[in-house]
Design a protein around this ligand. Structure first.
Ligand SMILES: *Cc1c(COP(=O)(O)O)cnc(C)c1O
Length: 236
């Protein structure tokens, strides 16, 4: 099936519509626009179209695939935007991200955290990360299980070349509200523990279908693909 990726004009219209929906979500939740960043999720989207979003003021890109990112990166206009990695990450690909992204949101296991720590240590740099939580305990998804996360925190906090900034999740389809509630609770619990090197300031959740709800439950980054760029064409 062919996708129907949007034209530059349509992307500009989409951004206006998204901003108006965000405005309503801020009123409804009593939150302020400064608390929530909009990420443009770029998988399958040509760099020229991603640059349209950047021109319209979107200053955060989300990359899912290391190889695709490498092939598009040079064409992105990154003077006014930064990049977070949000996809499944194999340990042998971490090295490609060390100097090219400002956060890895999809740290899904202790083993991956350890490898990021090792690579960053060699560069004497620190990588901000989010811990991905498999909030619905789904077989098909990666991430820390909510029940095991707390016991992993102490080990994670000792990795001195990553700084843990918060949590990220993709809730089970159609059940966002319940799981947004659960992860917000987990986020607040962990924050209350005041562990060294674990600063729970970023909760990344909410996609095209549920971003307004995510804002109600404390999201700080909404990750938008389809509402911004149209349906993805995976044929390309
Ligand atoms: C694709 C993707 C999104 C965006 O999904 P849409 O429903 O198209 O907005 C957000 N987060 C992650 C991790 C993704 O892979």
């Amino acid at each position: 099936m062919m996708g129907n990726q949007c034209s530059p004009e349509e992307i500009r219209e989409n951004i206006k519509r998204i901003r108006s929906r965000l405005g309503e979500a801020f009123i409804k939740s009593g939150r302020s626009p400064q608390e929530v960043r909009v990420m443009a999720v770029t998988k399958t989207v040509p760099a020229e179209l991603v640059n349209v979003a950047i021109q319209e003021g979107i200053d955060l890109l989300g990359e899912n695939r290391v190889q695709e990112f490498q092939s598009k990166r040079e064409s992105y206009d990154l003077r006014k935007a930064e990049v977070h990695f949000i996809g499944h990450l194999q340990t042998n690909k971490v090295k490609y991200l060390a100097d090219t992204v400002t956060m890895i949101e999809s740290v899904s296991s202790y083993k991956l955290a350890e490898e990021i720590d090792r690579i960053m240590g060699k560069k004497q740099k620190k990588m901000p990360v989010l811990l991905e939580v498999n909030i619905g305990n789904e077989e098909s998804k990666s991430g820390f299980e909510p029940n095991n996360l707390v016991e992993n925190l102490e080990k994670l906090s000792k990795l001195s070349n990553i700084s843990i900034k918060g949590l990220m999740c993709i809730p089970p389809k159609g059940e966002s509200e319940k799981f947004f509630y659960n992860i917000q609770k987990l986020f607040v619990d962990i924050k209350g523990k005041k562990l060294d090197n674990i600063d729970m300031s970023v909760l990344s959740m909410g996609m095209s279908a549920d971003f307004e709800q995510a804002i109600q439950y404390g999201s700080n980054i909404v990750r938008l693909g389809t509402v911004l760029f149209g349906h993805r064409n995976y044929q390309n």
